[in-house]
Design a protein around this ligand. Structure first.
Ligand SMILES: Cc1cc2nc3c(=O)[nH]c(=O)nc-3n(C[C@H](O)[C@H](O)[C@H](O)COP(=O)(O)OP(=O)(O)OC[C@H]3O[C@@H](n4cnc5c(N)ncnc54)[C@H](O)[C@@H]3O)c2cc1C
Length: 356
């Protein structure tokens, strides 16, 4: 039976991985991406070995894009810090560079990539674009990531956090490291990315941000006592922040609708502390496309159930870590444990990987 190629809404890692996988099998899908040019989404830019492996499997090598190798992790809570090697090499790559490369690879393979197309809602088999066009795709790949689409929204839930991102000058002791600062109600992650700048990502409860009058700069000022190293790293620079609200950590889809493939953050949202969201986006995009190639639109429910099972363990492990690390009473004992058993950090890093 002849099938019409899928419509993919969202040109981040999930949507482009799906598009590239389809194109490599001779299916030229369409990708609708609302941004018109390269941009920096709120993301830490940490790529674990599973993300690196998934990227290479679709013909994109992050190291060729200038990703900076990361071999060690430093965890900081107050004035204490512990350090450990990562079990496998990871990398720091800006999302600006990654997303541009993925979209370019999709385009090179013949995918119909349409930028500047904003999808307003998806309901009852119809996809409504901002310009009034209505599409009725046989198969919809929902890859809008952190952004909800009316008609198919995830809902944010009580675990939602605010994500903040800024680029700051890199200090020499960050090269080769991912540095995690544990905070009451959140964490901050720092690494050096391809452009030589340090990428800072913060995930914080909305209550804490509200206590700082909604200002990230004020929040950093207020963290002076709680996170002195972070405050010192931020003290020399004026910072331009981007933000994303209501990130529903721990959420996984339970839906199984023929013709609708939820991928990336629209399938499962891992705590960003674990640094595996990009890997989940890529692997779910690749798996959904493979399922479609095998079984067409009707393959969606089985794909969705399989992916929910596959992501259950890393998401659960990441939630446990997040709950412990966000509470000052637990963060201290956590650091003591890691201090006496540095290998436990590697175990935690392994447990929170989706794998390739
Ligand atoms: C604070 C924070 C730090 C993080 N740090 C890391 C990290 O270091 N490492 C890691 O692996 N993961 C990290 N993550 C998670 C990671 O960012 C996500 O898991 C990943 O981006 C999901 O990819 P995606 O393709 O599903 O969605 P996204 O990357 O969000 O991409 C979705 C795309 O869809 C487009 N889009 C959205 N709505 C529409 C629409 N209506 N019409 C058309 N286009 C649309 C967007 O413009 C975007 O390009 C972090 C997350 C947060 C919140």
């Amino acid at each position: 039976m002849r099938r019409t190629p899928p419509l993919i809404v969202g040109g981040g890692p999930a949507g482009t991985a799906a598009a590239i996988t389809l194109a490599r099998a001779g299916v030229a899908a369409t990708v609708l991406e609302r941004t018109t040019q390269a941009h920096d989404p709120v993301c830490g830019g940490f790529m674990g070995w599973d993300a690196i492996g998934a990227l290479r499997s679709i013909g994109v090598d992050p190291l060729r894009l200038g990703a900076r190798p990361i071999t060690h992790v430093r965890v900081v809570a107050g004035k204490r810090q512990v350090e450990a090697p990562l079990p496998h090499p990871a990398a720091g790559l800006s999302r600006r560079t990654l997303d541009v490369a993925l979209l370019a690879e999709a385009d090179r393979l013949g995918v119909d990539v349409r930028r500047g197309v904003n999808v307003r809602r998806a309901e009852a088999g119809e996809v409504h674009l901002a310009d009034g066009t209505v599409l009725t795709p046989e198969s919809l790949f929902l890859a809008t990531g952190k952004h909800e689409l009316r008609g198919v929204a995830r809902g944010s839930g009580k675990r939602a956090r605010v994500g903040l991102r800024a680029a700051i000058p890199a200090q020499p002791d960050l090269a080769g490291w991912i540095e995690l600062h544990l905070l009451d109600g959140g964490y901050a992650g720092l690494l050096v990315q391809d452009d030589g700048q340090a990428n800072l990502c913060l995930s914080i409860s909305s209550a804490r941000l509200a206590a700082a009058d909604g200002s990230p700069d004020r929040l950093i000022e207020m963290l002076g006592e709680e996170a002195p190293l972070l405050a010192a790293r931020m003290s020399t620079t004026a910072t331009s922040w981007s933000a994303i609200a209501a990130v529903p950590y721990g959420w996984r889809t339970r839906e199984a609708v023929p013709g609708r493939f939820r991928i990336g953050d629209q399938a499962a949202v891992i705590a960003s502390l674990a640094g595996d969201g990009i890997a989940i986006a890529l692997t779910s995009g690749i798996a959904a496309a493979s399922a479609w190639i095998e079984g067409g639109p009707d393959a969606a429910p089985a794909f969705q159930r399989r992916f929910a099972r596959r992501s259950a363990w890393p998401i659960g492990a990441a939630e446990t870590l997040r709950h412990a690390s966000e509470r000052p009473a637990l963060a201290g004992p956590l650091l003591s444990l890691v201090g006496t058993m540095p290998g436990s950090l590697g175990v935690a890093a392994r447990l929170t990987r989706i794998g390739v």
